[in-house]
Ligand binder design. Structure first.
Ligand code: KG4
Ligand code: ZN
Length: 334
């Protein structure tokens, strides 16, 4: 079954063609340079840019897949979570394209989980999904496809958002995740003593606003910043931010020896240090760390939506009526 998938949930206009878990094409048109000067994504600007680009991105995705629209068996589109006006652009286009074929509405976060299972990688239930992006930080127990239990989630900022905000304080560009990670690799992670968030008790929730504020005070105290100080702050922030997540994952896998896979997905899953730590933990607790096959699949893309639609269909999902499909900006996994 050939699926044409669309994701316009935030600032990437993306269209893909997938067949089962196989990615035939995956076109991503990033708007990041337009949002850069605002230090974050501006919803109406995102919607306008999606509108300007969507037709050519659809065309390119079909062209790269070497398929015509007539050869497509179904259309899948993200209906949430995301920015309402941005989601709407993708939904409108999907409705237009799905006149003769079924239309499937896909949860963007299911897409992030599915992003780790492109190609031939098989899911082994139950598994833990560690979803860390600019908008979400969630620890999800997946009993089977469609049965998602959020064991813990951030009470305030997402992990990627914390990277971006601390990056801004350090005068780095947006998004700052990769820039901080690169600096952190050169800095001294023990240079500054920052508070590890949500350390006490056995809560599985996360929180990054306290750490962000601690970084703000640290930056102020260390001004004027030098290159060394910036690298040391980046490294210390990264160590502490990841330590918190690492400890929660450890609590979960310790408690549930039946977990044989931990899926790390979302934009922050591109982070090498985080992968390394969670892979190491896997050796101790007997799980395989599954990450998306390439960096393009870590951040927002439509191929993951096509694969999620395939899993949804296998689990019995029915097509939606194009006249009633609606965006759901606050859609949850559970
Ligand atoms: O999943 P994504 O593309 O968009 C959302 O749905 O939010 O994630 C983007 C986030 C940004 O906050 C970015 O700073 C972060 O992922 N990110 C990273 C890295 N690459 C991207 N964070 C840490 N290390 C990285 N290497
Ligand atoms: Zn995302």
């Amino acid at each position: 079954m050939k699926i044409l998938a669309i994701d316009t949930s935030t600032d990437e206009t993306s269209v893909a063609v997938t067949e089962g878990q196989h990615i035939v094409s995956n076109v991503i048109s990033s708007q990041v340079r337009y949002h850069k000067k605002f230090g974050g994504v501006v919803p109406m600007l995102a919607a306008r840019l999606h509108g300007e680009r969507i037709d050519s991105v659809v065309e390119l995705a079909l062209q790269r897949a070497k398929f015509s629209l007539d050869e497509i068996d179904a259309v899948a589109v993200t209906y949430g979570p995301g920015l309402a006006p941005a989601l709407q652009v993708g939904i409108n286009k999907a409705k237009e394209l799905a006149v003769k074929v079924p239309l499937y509405a896909v949860n963007h976060m299911r897409g992030h989980i599915a992003s780790a299972f492109s190609g031939k990688h098989e899911m082994q239930f139950p598994f833990l999904a560690v979803l860390v992006s600019g908008g979400h930080s969630e620890l999800v127990l997946v009993e089977k496809w469609g049965s998602f239990e959020i064991l813990g989630e951030t009470l305030d900022d997402a992990l990627g958002e914390a990277y971006d905000k601390v990056g801004r304080m350090l005068g780095l560009g947006y998004p700052a995740g990769k820039l901080i990670a690169n600096l952190a690799a050169k800095g001294n992670a023990e240079a500054y003593d920052l508070p590890v968030p949500m350390l006490r008790g056995d809560t599985l929730n996360l929180s990054y606003s306290g750490l962000k504020n601690a970084c703000r005070l640290l930056v102020k105290a260390e001004e004027p910043l030098t290159a060394t100080k910036i690298a040391d702050i980046a490294a210390s922030f990264e160590r502490v931010a990841q330590e918190s997540l690492y400890r929660k994952v450890k609590l979960i896998v310790k408690d549930r020896p039946e977990i044989k896979q931990v899926v790390l997905a979302g934009g922050v899953s591109a982070n090498t240090a985080l992968r390394k730590r969670l892979r190491q933990l896997g050796k101790e607790f007997g799980y395989e760390l599954v990450v998306p096959a390439n960096l393009k699949l870590c951040t927002d893309n439509a191929a993951m939506i096509g694969i999620a639609a395939y899993f949804d269909i296998q689990a019995g999902a029915m097509p939606v009526d194009p006249t009633v499909i609606d965006r759901n900006p606050g859609l949850r996994l559970d």
